[in-house]
Design a protein. Sequence first.
Length: 318
Amino acid sequence: MRKLTRKIIPVLLCLSLFVVMAPLATSAAGTLTIKLDVMQLPTGGVELMVYVVNPGSSVTMQFSSGYYYDVEITGSNFHYKDSQGKSYTQAIMKKTFPTGNTLIRFITLPNIPAGSYTYKVWLVGQNVSTSGSFVLGSVPEITDISNSWAKDNITTVVEKKFLTVLDNKFRPTEPITRGEFMYALALATGVKPVTLAELDGKNPFKDVDPKSAVAPYYWAFYKANIVKGYPDGTLRPAGYLTRGEAAKLIALTLPSEPGQNFIPKSPFTDLFGHWSKIYVSYLYEKGVVKGMTETTFGPDLTLTRDQVAAFLTRVMVK
């Protein structure tokens, strides 16, 4: 396994299914989506990340059941159901979803066996849900990549279990969350997970459950000074990231990194004056990244899943 020993400026950087729903709140314009990321663990089992995406104005919803979401996973010999977000002090509770992505919960299922599963995640009493299926322990058919430029890359990362397919779809052009990307990058490059004890028992990210099976991988980036999180003490794992942010994280995770004498050169004119220029140029020189066009990289564009697949296959430990 590769040990990270980098000293750098912090970088702020899991498969997602969404369902469109009409907001039932008073302050929202637009729609919300509820999503699920499935991350397969090297030792078996999975980590789930449930989150809501709100592209519009802040949405406040009222829940009369005393809790606001539910999760159910079902297989031939496995069943998990857990109502969460409970309020024991009030029968009616309110939950606000601000603009952007809101993490609901990490769920660790270490003993779930290989097989086929169905899932459902919903906001209780709001007629809002997402459901589907996934497969563990084998490579499922992927039905939406036949015309993708990254077809071979996608097949590789799915076979390696860096990323997981839901409903036989990889969704190549959809964005990826910071949490799923960081975990996939750690697996691909052989990052050694870090225990909480190695951080003197202090969890650096208040929005990352210390009992989560993926937390030690996030802590590894933190311990190596690659990721420090936001000023409010959050990692925001459910948030999306840009191509520039991904380039910086990848560059600083590699065995070597751009030194003080590195002169950034690339054909990308949109990197002039951009903070990510040195990292993108370094990865371009190594053949890890390519541009959106021959002369543009698009450092501020949202990173997509097909792009991630290509990056990972170029840096993964052979």
